[in-house]
Design a protein around this ligand. Structure first.
Ligand code: ADP
Ligand code: ASP
Ligand code: MG
Length: 586
């Protein structure tokens, strides 16, 4: 018998007719002899409605009570679905997360799963039952030993399903939703978005964390870590869906640490880098495109790109290139500033350090520990780039041995996990696989912060303490007469209300520093495993936006993604522009 875990999302159980439809789908699968565990979300928008109820009583509900309330949504659907299955003559039994024994961390609102008991589920399966389990919830043990209901975070039913697949050793996990699978982008934004038959877990992890709500990022992380065969399919039409692929060797499941695997798997060192900073260049559509097109035409491959926001009408763009391109890049920068104005500086003999690991995602403390280790050795970081599974920064090469030793010790890395000068593999992977839009981010800038080692670390630590996840983080290279810099980042809109308290105490010791809210923005992220090995992808992205007169507020990149912060009013136009430029509908 094949054990399949099927998860049905909110829209798929949106009303009783849909519940009856999926009961039919389940009974068909049961009749051909499969063993089934079903995970369901709350009906339709009921989680939003429960949140609204809470908000009508208080703007700051106690997190424990909010979990108590939100977890009821899924309890409704499991009971109704089990009743519908009985109607089809299928014996079914519903269970909440705590009845199953889904143990989580003692954190309300975004708890990670530590362990799942399988005895009770397996017993029912052996007796021929379909087991229907409430997604999105678990239970933690408080310090007094009593059980508390927890939730996993919005969209977390996907994570419940993949975690159950791992614990039960299921052959297949299928996520059923209201689209045919993972598409090149959200079909609500681009009507001709195309179905992807396959996508790598790495790409999906980026897309999911950068706004593609079709999968909860932690579900992808678990599938990648434990090698779960994961499909995304339509609950209403027959489609083969999308299969997630992973190249990494699956981990062995350790009891009690299902979602708490080792955070950092490797440290990569890329030597002989040079950093160029163009500053005071005009802030208008087409500037980034012009710059990166001229570099690309000159055969210069650019690694990281960062554009920070600035007061007034000018911008700074910083990027890194291989030192072998130093003279060529200088020449191009001269050309660029003679046309656009502004100035440029460069630093040579630089090295890029990157820590990598799926466990970095959603754990701001890892980023903080990385920067802290570097700053404790009194090393200044020049350029920061973060992605879901990688954090990079550039430092002076003279500090490199010390940095490698300290980071290796901090993250307990063996020699073979320290990789010198990895070659960028030429792959057949497309430079652009998909585009994600995140309208849930707000931009904050910390102005006039000291330009000295330890500042990036202290900002990350402050955020980590408040359990706030920073997303795009961009540090300007423009140093003021007061030896200060600006650092901008985006955080989740819901977290904004906690940020003030966190930063006020941090900046107290920095004279002249203050927090500034940015304009209404959205983040457009382009993801593709082939991006690093193909020259000029960034230039094409910027050109496609310039063609529609869309201004770029901030830029942040990693090897497999380029994110542009644009004004919220432009965001849908931006996604459509990039989709069209790269012909993703073909
Ligand atoms: P469910 O309730 O089934 O969990 P979600 O609303 O969480 O469904 O996720 C499905 C939605 O994700 C789709 O309706 C679609 O609008 C959105 N989406 C965003 N990006 C993508 C993408 N790249 N591919 C498919 N759907 C996407
Ligand atoms: N019902 C929860 C939510 O709306 C969990 C989920 O749907 O995955 O976020
Ligand atoms: Mg969902």
């Amino acid at each position: 018998m094949t054990l399949i875990v099927k998860k049905f999302g909110g829209t798929s159980v949106g009303d009783v007719n849909k519940i009856k439809d999926i009961a039919k789908n389940i009974s068909n699968s049961k009749e051909i002899g499969n063993d089934l565990v079903i995970v369901v979300s709350a009906m339709g928008h009921s989680t939003d409605n429960l949140n609204r109820l809470a908000a009508s009583i208080t703007s700051n509900p106690p997190k424990r009570e909010l979990d108590m309330l939100l977890s009821t949504g899924e309890q409704v659907s499991i009971a109704l679905l089990s009743m519908a299955l009985y109607e089809f003559g299928i014996p079914a039994i519903s269970m909440t997360g705590s009845q199953v024994g889904i143990t989580t961390e003692s954190i309300h609102g975004k708890a990670r799963i530590l362990d799942i008991k399988t005895e009770r589920i397996n017993n029912y399966i052996d007796q021929g039952y379909v087991v229907v389990i409430a997604g999105f919830q678990g239970a933690s043990l408080s310090h007094t030993g009593s059980m508390e209901i927890t939730t996993l975070g919005r969209g977390g039913s996907d994570t419940s399903a993949v975690a159950l697949s791992t614990a039960l050793n299921a052959e297949i996990c299928e996520i059923y939703t209201d689209v045919p699978g993972v598409l090149t982008t959200d079909p609500r934004i681009v009507s001709n978005a195309k179905l992807l038959n396959e996508i790598s877990c790495e790409e999906m992890l980026e897309l999911a964390s950068l706004g593609a709500s079709v999968l909860h990022p932690r579900a992808v992380e678990i599938a990648r870590n434990y090698g779960i065969k994961l499909y995304v399919k339509s609950s209403s039409e027959n489609s083969s869906g999308t299969l997630l692929k992973s190249k990494i060797k699956p981990l062995k499941l350790k009891r009690g640490s299902l979602e708490l695997t080792k955070t950092v798997n490797s440290l990569e060192i890329l030597e002989d880098q040079a950093i160029f900073s163009l500053s005071h260049i005009p802030d208008r559509p087409g500037i980034a495109a012009t710059i990166f097109e001229s570099l690309s035409k000159a055969g210069i491959s650019v690694d990281l790109i960062i554009q920070a926001t600035h007061d007034g009408k000018s911008n700074d763009i910083t990027f890194s290139v291989s030192e072998s391109n130093l003279e060529n890049t200088k020449e191009q920068c001269e050309n660029i500033i003679s046309k656009l104005g502004g100035k440029y500086i460069f630093k040579q003999s630089m090295t890029k350090l990157s820590i990598q690991g799926a466990g970095i995602m959603g754990r701001p403390s890892v980023c903080a520990e990385f920067f802290d280790t570097i700053s404790n050795a009194n090393i200044n970081v020049s350029l920061i780039a973060t992605s879901e599974i990688k954090v990079s920064c550039v430092i002076e090469s003279s500090n490199i041995n010390k940095a490698i030793r300290l980071i290796g010790e901090k993250f307990k890395l063996a020699d073979e996990q320290i990789i010198m000068n990895p070659s960028i593999m030429n792959t057949d992977e497309p430079e652009v696989r998909g585009i994600a839009l995140d309208k849930n981010q707000v931009q904050i800038t910390l102005r006039n912060i000291p330009d000295k080692p330890g500042v990036a670390a202290s900002i990350c630590f402050a955020l980590a303490e408040g359990n706030l996840i920073i997303d795009t983080i961009v540090q300007s290279e423009r140093v003021s007469a007061l030896k200060t810099k600006d650092i901008s980042f985006t955080i989740n809109r819901d977290d904004r209300k906690y940020a003030d308290a966190i930063f006020q105490s941090l900046i107290k010791s920095w004279p002249n520093s203050f927090i500034e809210d940015g304009p209404s923005i959205a983040k457009v992220s382009v993801v593709g495993a082939g991006m690093a090995s193909k020259a000029g992808t960034a230039a094409k992205i910027f050109r496609s936006l310039a063609n529609y007169s869309i201004n770029i507020e901030m830029i942040a990149t990693s090897e497999i993604r380029t994110s542009c912060i644009v004004f919220e009013k432009d965001c849908k136009k931006a996604v459509n522009a990039i989709h069209e430029f790269f012909e993703l509908d073909k």
